[in-house]
Design a protein around this ligand. Sequence first.
Ligand code: SF4
Ligand code: SF4
Length: 71
Amino acid sequence: MSIENINGCIGCGTCVATCPTDVIRLNKQTKKAEIKYPADCQICHLCRMYCPVDAITISPEKSIPVIVSWG
Ligand code: SF4
Ligand code: SF4
């Protein structure tokens, strides 16, 4: 399993603050969270549980390459 996607983010920053391995960063331009270091994800589900708008998806397959960014 691995963090897979962030959709519908409102930029509150909660996931950035709660992730113990600093996988997620807030993009200053878009003001949305983005997955910067997916390989460091420990699948703790904290980001998903604390996101106020349920924007975060944790995938069931860690082997799947995960690249997510906002242009
Ligand atoms: S599941 Fe845990 S380790 Fe992975 S991105 Fe979310 S808070 Fe970070
Ligand atoms: S907790 Fe959810 S809404 Fe807040 S920055 Fe993270 S993904 Fe976006």
